[in-house]
Design a protein around this ligand. Sequence first.
Ligand code: GLU
Length: 481
Amino acid sequence: MAAAVPVRVRLAPSPTGTLHIGTARTAVFNWLFARHLGGAFLLRIEDTDRERSREAFTEDILDGLRWLGLSWDEEPVVQSARIEAHRAAIRQLLESGQAYRCYASDAELETMRQRQQAEGRAPRYDNLHRDLSPEQEQAYVAEGREAVVRFRIDDGATITWTDLVRGEMRWAGSDLGGDMVIARRAPADAIGDPLYNLVVVVDDAAMAISHVIRGEDHIANTGKQLLLYEALGLTPPRFAHTPLILNQEGRKLSKRDGVTSVGEFRAMGYTAEALVNYMTLLGWSPPEGVGERFSLEQAAAVFSFERVNRAGARFDWDKLNWLNAQVLHGMEAAELRRRLLPLWQARGWAGDGAGADPEWQEELCTLLGPSLTLLADGVEQAAPFFETPDPDASALALRSDAGSRAALTALLERLREGTLAAETAQGLLAEAATAAGVKKGVLMKGLRAALLGSLRGPDLLSTWLLLHRLGADRDRIAAAL
Ligand code: GLU
């Protein structure tokens, strides 16, 4: 029996932009598949587009993957460093006659396109220079024309594969646009820059990739790549084409939809846990009993392509927000503090007095955690704990309420006399309310308005105790009188 092929998958991002949510989701499926089967998850930086590739984008992509927890297993392969291997493959195809030089000029190609359009045909290369005689070729070279290298695609070929997501796939050679360019234009004695389909095949084979998992926008490329595997005498991997991420209108999610890069989601206050969880659900249905909230490890334990849908996955902000809230509500206070502290510090907060005390900060996190949807909410809601808030209209209106004023005055007197502790807070409130002849609820409303500048906010007693430890409660009550 043949030995099983080790599972090796890869993410092959092009560093021509920041880490896109679609690429990240492809990374998630690759990672889950590899981890499920104990295989390797590899990275290849496809930086052959020299004009558009940037080192800073590579950094952003690696950074985003790390942040999401999508660990990879070997040093990332840098595609541009492998150009000699790519050229060697092109030479091999030229020598075996499976590729040839095409000297067609832009103007000639444009004429071809217009003729096809006029005839109502789909544009394609009509294999014009496929069988040039040596004399014709000489003549073009003598003219000083440059040439691309094209790979022969037999119009009669039928390409089939069993896709792990989409099942039996069949592609006709005649639907691949004619003989394919595999190297950019260069003088006839040289080989120009090798192009995507060729380099992907050469690199996937060199990296011993067993499964290529990528978006379904690559399906036509897979047809071309399978022909190249055959021509180069290489064993092709298995393929899985995952559904695209769609916007609310059902079209492919694009820059026009606003937030699309992982860094943007991060800056908005989404946690990595919620984002990977959400991306996994974009196209994969967890098996019965798993629920919708899970960690990457939990998903990896049960992941399979059988549960990846063929239909596109619509982006659903409500679901993402719900997941993020679940993550934040379930987070230990110490961990929440670790994540919020840099955001607080960026606002110039938490640097001095009791507000700099980690224990106090943790208690603040315990108080705020259950009401957060985004990490950013933990900045907004922490603001009145670090800065004296400006009272809103409803808090201002309460200042002229005689009952509320009397009760706050009575409370302030008592606060000046003794200290406040968790055990005595309720008693103090009751005493002050009685002394002022109002219901305790009136005082509580007034106290909340005085402390937070708003009638809304977290649990009042905890809020008060935290502000008391900052020494801020008395001043705020006094200011409201
Ligand atoms: N660099 C290609 C992309 O980002 C890789 C596609 C593939 O996985 O082969 O779309």
